[in-house]
Write a protein that binds this ligand. Structure first.
Ligand code: SI3
Length: 289
């Protein structure tokens, strides 16, 4: 069955400093309460692109210290600064023993495909690891064709994709053409259709609070029980819609705080939460967790 991998939230205090003890708790919560198979560390959900290198390294180190080898750890090292990406890759693989790295497509500048391909090949050049391409066109503006994925996958160290998009035709084409590469779905609200296409895992922010239902969706698809899978996805999407309406990362953090894992604040320039967001999050915990 496909692996369930939480895109890890990271707690910050009001001034944007990492809350180390809370980070330890959310890692433990995902392993012992949510029973997930892995953690995706340093992704969008980790508010990673607003952090300095030392903080990123500190997060990777603490997560590994708590998780040890109990679940799979994937470190998102991608950065507009390719030298930072290489430094982080070497750190997590050689010093911490992460089993995989992942890297977002370089964003902001309109890099052409050759530049993007060079970026990926350069990141894996000096490190013995597997890299999962983090493709999220809605946030980066970078769309790959089937053939371009093929060019990236030609590098044996590039072993899969975290596919955060709603184009299921392309997803199916990739699944069929590259059966030996890993396919992770990225949109939790589309877990059922992704699982129907065939995925090796799902990586999601909402698994921090909704891992049980997500696991049940994967199990129902595995058993070809699409009636149950659709019912669970509908319940999940009712929840996700309410979370998105109330502010994604603030609401996820507030729900966990309500459950006893103090997740602090989002990192500026993301907004700090309001009293009303707290009330909504408390109700979501009561209704869905
Ligand atoms: O990098 C990451 O933290 C992720 O894995 C992100 C994951 O794909 C999430 N995407 C974003 C942009 O947060 C989803 O889990 C997403 O939050 C969820 O499907 C709600 O839209």
């Amino acid at each position: 069955m496909a692996n369930l991998i939480t895109a890890l939230l990271v707690p910050f205090d009001k001034s944007g400093q990492l809350m180390e003890e809370s980070l330890r708790k959310i890692v433990e919560y995902n392993i012992s309460e949510n029973n997930v198979d892995g953690l995706y560390v340093g992704g969008s959900t980790g508010e990673n692109f607003m952090l300095d290198t030392a903080t990123k390294k500190n997060i990777f180190r603490i997560v590994k210290e708590v998780a040890e080898d109990r679940v799979e750890l994937i470190a998102q090292v991608g950065s507009l600064n390719i030298y930072e990406a290489k430094e982080l890759a070497a750190y997590v693989v050689n010093e911490l023993g992460y089993s995989k790295i992942s890297s977002v497509t370089p964003f902001y500048y309109k890099f052409d495909f050759e530049e993007i391909k060079n970026y990926y090949f350069e990141i894996v050049k000096d490190v013995e690891t597997e890299l999962i391409v983090y493709s999220i066109p809605a946030l980066t503006g970078v769309n790959f064709s089937e053939d371009q994925f093929g060019e990236l996958f030609a590098n044996p160290k590039i072993t899969g994709v975290k596919y955060t998009a709603g184009d299921f035709y392309l997803m199916e084409r990739l699944r069929s053409r590259f059966p030996n590469k890993l396919m992770y779905s990225g949109f939790d609200e589309m877990l059922l259709p992704a699982a129907a296409v065939g995925i090796d895992g799902a990586i999601g922010s909402t698994f921090n609070v909704n891992a049980k239902r997500a696991r049940q969706i994967l199990e129902a698809v595995e058993q070809n029980d699409f009636v149950t899978a659709r019912k669970l996805q509908a319940e999940t999407n009712d929840l996700i819609q309410k979370i998105l309406d109330n502010g994604l990362y603030n609401t996820l953090k507030l729900m966990l705080t309500e459950k006893g894992v103090d997740m602090g604040y989002c990192h500026l320039p993301m907004k700090h939460y309001t009293d009303n967001q707290v009330k909504v999050a408390q109700k979501l915990v009561k209704d869905y967790m």
